[in-house]
Design a protein. Structure first.
Ligand code: F6P
Ligand code: MG
Length: 478
């Protein structure tokens, strides 16, 4: 159930897979080891300490094997229902080495293997080595968070007062206004994906802020090189007009922190605008690709909003080192965050927003396999009006992470998830990997010719940085 086109492989020196296996993953593992080491050294209980040390050693072994290009070893059985399939695939792939293995499989294996170390422990089962990093980056998103909280609350009021501003507008004018708003909310949600932590291993405060906020979005509109927002809007609008009682929208989540924040902005907007009647969010079960959402990140985010003053005004370790005190939140900012919390928690309490984890999302294969290997999840997604896949990894999984000609239609590259699948797919992705499809002929060449785009090197470097985005839609119900 995989594409026939060759897959991205860590042995290809022109690929981002190459750089990932040799440079990025060791850095990520080092970060995980440091985090755990700190946590272990704060531990009082000798048994916990001992066990923590063992896990640290396991992570160090993994890093050693990776850096010395050893074979990937079978995963230890930690009781997970996905272990057998990981190991079977490893064997089918001929027990590959780290520097010559399908990128997608190897990267999933990496995080799954880390998870086995924790799952097999007694005291560290639920420990997330990436949690602190997720939180501290979220803290750095403060200006954009405050801006968006204010915008969301204004919008909520406007939508609740039945769009009084549009009271005398014609049906056509209303629809145009509605569409503009939809696109704005989706763009917010799209660019929120630019700040994921697995790629930007050392992002500064300034970098983060440059990627967020209204001005950044305006400036970036021409960076969306495939833009199917109109088709996505049209399909939601059509279902709304058809008057079906239940119209569900799903979001296959990507990163925690700021991206989850903007996903909830979009979710709340869709509900309040009547473009959806309920939202299903799909998180991961285990810490994944550094910053991906696990259920605890969702509650952590709500807790931040409740305790916003504390969260934003208490100096972090970094602040202390620099001798700076974070500015106080104004009364308006505090009440904006409170209002947002109220709004989201009531949507959650009413069951209009639900979280629905599934082991499928952290399996080693692509979404080409979904109908075969996760039939009940597949049936469930068919119930949805629109399934929004966030981010780079979800896009790689939709397209099988294969080396498609970039002019291949998206509908073809997603294989079994394409036309006739019964699933309506919308991918919101900032490009952070080699695979890209749905481009106009010649577009890839044009982008390669730009500064830093890769030129004649054979590498599609423009697609690695998160600076360009694709918004691809496929109506699998058509
Ligand atoms: O391509 C680099 C990378 O870090 C991949 O590991 C992964 O596909 C992706 O970016 C993570 O980004 P996102 O959080 O958008 O899925
Ligand atoms: Mg991610």
């Amino acid at each position: 159930y995989d594409p026939k086109v060759p897959l991205s492989n860590t042995s290809d020196p022109t690929s981002f897979a190459w750089t990932s296996a040799r440079e990025r993953w060791p850095v990520i593992l080092t970060g995980a080891i440091d985090d755990l080491h700190k946590a272990v050294s704060k531990e009082q209980d000798p048994e916990r300490q001992e066990e923590g040390k063992k896990i640290t050693a396991g992570l160090a072994t993994l890093k050693y094997e990776l850096q010395h290009n050893r074979q990937l070893t079978p995963l230890q059985d930690d009781g997970g229902s996905d272990i057998a399939a990981y190991n079977k695939e490893l064997e089918q792939r001929g027990n590959p080495k780290w520097h010559d293995v399908a990128w997608l499989y190897a990267e999933c294996y990496l995080y799954r293997r880390m998870a086995t170390l924790f799952a097999l422990s007694k005291h560290w089962k639920h420990y997330d080595v990436f949690s602190k990093q997720k939180m501290s980056t979220f803290r750095s998103s403060r200006p954009a968070v405050l801006e968006l909280a204010a915008r969301y609350n204004d919008l909520t009021k406007q939508l609740q007062s039945d769009q009084s501003a549009l009271g005398s507008a014609s049906e056509e004018e209303r629809e145009t206004a509605e569409k503009l708003l939809f696109v704005e909310m989706c763009e917010i949600c799209l660019w929120g994906n630019a700040t994921d932590l697995s790629l930007l291993t050392n992002l500064s405060y300034d970098d983060i802020q440059k990627l967020q906020g209204k001005d950044a979005r305006k400036a970036n509109e021409d960076k969306i090189i495939v833009n199917n927002f109109p088709a996505a809007f049209a399909s939601l609008k059509k279902s709304k007009n058809a008057g079906a009682k239940e119209r569900r929208v799903d979001i296959v989540l990507d990163n925690a922190g700021f991206e989850l924040f903007v996903d909830l902005i979009l979710a709340g907007y869709l509900l309040q605008a009547g473009l959806a009647t309920n939202i299903v969010l799909h998180p991961k079960n285990i810490p994944w690709f550094v910053s991906d959402v696990i259920p605890k990140d969702f509650s952590d985010l709500l807790n931040v909003l409740v305790g916003a003053k504390d969260f934003y005004e208490t100096p972090s370790e970094e602040d202390k080192a620099k001798g700076v005190t974070p500015p106080k939140l104004s009364d308006k900012e505090t009440s904006d965050l409170q209002a947002l919390f109220q709004n989201w928690s009531s949507l959650y309490a009413e069951g209009k927003i639900v979280l629905r984890p599934n082991v499928f999302w952290t399996e080693g294969g692509s979404y080409w396999r979904l109908p075969q290997t996760a039939p009940s999840l597949y049936e469930d997604l068919k119930e949805s009006e629109l399934v929004i896949f966030k981010g780079d990894l979800n896009y790689r999984k939709l397209t099988g992470d294969a080396m498609w000609d970039p002019a291949t239609p998206f509908t073809e590259a997603i294989g079994p998830m394409g036309p006739g699948s019964g699933v309506r797919v919308l991918a919101l992705r900032t490009c952070k990997a080699d695979v890209v499809v749905g481009l106009a002929k010649g577009e890839d060449e044009k982008l390669r010719a730009l500064e830093g785009g890769g030129g004649d090197s054979g590498a599609r470097k423009w697609a690695w940085s998160g600076k360009w985005a694709v918004v691809s839609f496929c109506d699998g119900k058509a």
